[in-house]
Write a protein of this length. Structure first.
Length: 487
């Protein structure tokens, strides 16, 4: 089920909220947790019922390992249990996400002919696997206690963050779940949460999906792009990915607030970063936190000298690239970011004096670095990089304007074609220029929560929220999945 669907907004969400607060009001917290878990499983299984058994098996397996850790005092036994838990989770992730990639590369490098069926990637497996890995690591360290099964099942399956994050830690979610304050509906929480949900929905439906029309069409026709078109579509993708993923995170956090939970922040104006390091402190912050906590620091962090620190950083970004997808493109993407962060670690003072110049250079680097993230193959990646610096701008209107029209309202398009056909392409280019201007303004503005707290509760703010929701809801006829569902 998708957040940006009629069935979710009009049916699922009202049922989930009503049942959760009604059972808590009747002082039935056990049944409330069971109900929330059941609704979350419905949310997950709605997309593909067969995936549900994978999620349930993962939950039972990890909870079982936690039970055994409780009963084992010997350090050797606890290490073996932790190893078993890590192997089980990583094995599941490897099979569903990387097995086909592994076989294909074995066939290529060793001239084999192994044939296996294409294994479908279960929705959100990368996210709920990392969440459970963090749980087992903290259980092994003894920083969290073994809790009830329903607490754990709610923690893993809570539908707002289940399929695309943010990656939540047990110690920041379960205490909220056990708090009596969560069980009572609050008008402020409901209003603020729904407002945040609306802003995220608008990011996804009105901005990301509109930009996707051009991005998808032009990335399928890289060979025919001129330099200006190539730069345009690369920056279109940067904005599309940001508004798509940050929109999802805003919606997830808004839904959490509506149920009384505060989910961790996942974005902090990342496109205003002044360096690649700064970018990763602002982009997908919960993933960065996971990688630093459970890979970088256990490897030694910066405690064993500069050379070891650089190696640790390179490993972290290699893992980040592999986590994002089973493709050499993602490995390359991770390595590019890793090299940039290593460079900034070795030469921290190689900067411009002006903040704007650092932001511009970082933005251009990020745009170039996102190319392998979006391209289907390494050859397409190299081709698009070459196109960016190949020169030639005559095909700009012919190459992009035809795709821009697909995203526009049918009535507006027909009116222009009849009344002023000579200005159709110019209109669409101006339209997208304005859209990009809006995107630039939005990525540099204050956080959504700040705006809601300061202006969202006024009459004008309420009107804006109602207008955005109506506009977004009407636009749901072309529902599209979130980009990070693929990872």
């Amino acid at each position: 089920m998708l957040f940006n669907s009629v069935i979710f907004i009009a049916v699922f969400l009202p049922i989930a909220l009503t049942g959760w607060f009604l059972l808590n009001r009747l002082k039935k917290p056990f049944y409330a947790k069971a109900f929330l878990t059941g609704m979350s499983l419905w949310f997950y299984g709605y997309y593909n019922l067969s995936y549900l058994w994978i999620l349930l098996g993962s939950i039972f397996f990890n909870y079982g390992v936690s039970c055994l850790l409780t009963r084992t005092d010997r350090s050797g036994g606890r290490r073996r249990l932790l190893g078993m838990g890590l192997a089980g989770n990583l094995g599941l992730l490897f099979y569903y996400k990387y097995f086909n990639f592994f076989v294909d590369n074995c066939n290529f490098f060793f001239h084999g002919n192994i044939v296996v069926e294409e294994i479908l990637l279960p929705l959100g497996i990368s996210f709920f696997t990392f969440q459970q890995l963090s749980y087992l690591a903290e259980r092994y360290r003894g920083t969290i206690a073994h809790g009830s099964f329903w607490d754990y099942s709610c923690f893993i399956s809570f539908f707002p963050q289940l399929v695309a994050g943010p990656i939540v830690l047990y110690q920041e979610f379960v205490p909220q779940l056990q708090s009596p304050g969560v069980r009572r509906p609050s008008w402020d929480s409901l209003y603020d949460g729904f407002s945040l949900f609306i802003l995220g929905l608008a990011k996804k439906v009105l901005l990301a999906d509109t930009l996707a029309v051009v991005v998808n069409a032009e990335f399928d026709n890289i060979l025919y792009l001129d330099a200006l078109s190539a730069w345009a579509v690369v920056f279109f993708f940067v904005f599309e990915l940001y508004f798509d993923f940050s929109g999802y995170s805003d919606m997830a956090r808004g839904l959490g607030r509506m149920f009384g939970f505060r989910l961790p922040e996942n974005f902090n104006a990342p496109l205003t970063a002044v360096s690649v390091k700064d970018f990763w402190r602002r982009w997908h912050m919960t993933l960065s936190r996971f990688l630093m906590t459970y890979i970088y620091f256990p490897l030694g962090g910066n405690r064993k000298g500069k050379a070891r620190q650089c190696l640790n950083l390179a490993v972290v970004f290699l893992v980040s690239g592999i986590w994002h997808g089973a493709s050499w493109n993602f490995v390359l993407w991770g390595c590019i970011h890793g090299l940039a962060v290593v460079w900034e670690t070795i030469f921290p003072k190689v900067r411009f004096r002006w903040k704007a110049a650092n932001q511009l250079v970082t933005g251009i680097f990020l745009a170039l670095a996102w190319v392998p993230f979006r391209c289907a193959t390494l050859s397409d990646t190299v081709l698009l990089w070459r196109k960016l610096f190949a020169g030639g701008y005559t095909g700009m209107f012919a190459g992009i304007c035809n795709q821009l029209q697909l995203a526009e309202n049918y009535a507006v398009r027909k009116f222009l074609e009849i009344a002023a056909p000579q200005y159709v392409n110019l209109f669409y280019m101006l339209n997208y220029t304005v859209l990009l201007g809006i995107c630039v303004i939005l990525v540099t503005r204050e956080k959504a929560e700040v705006w809601i707290a300061e202006k969202g509760r006024t009459a004008r703010g309420t009107f804006c929220m109602a207008t955005l929701f109506t506009w977004s809801f009407i636009s749901l006829s072309q529902v599209s999945i979130f980009l990070y569902f693929n990872f």
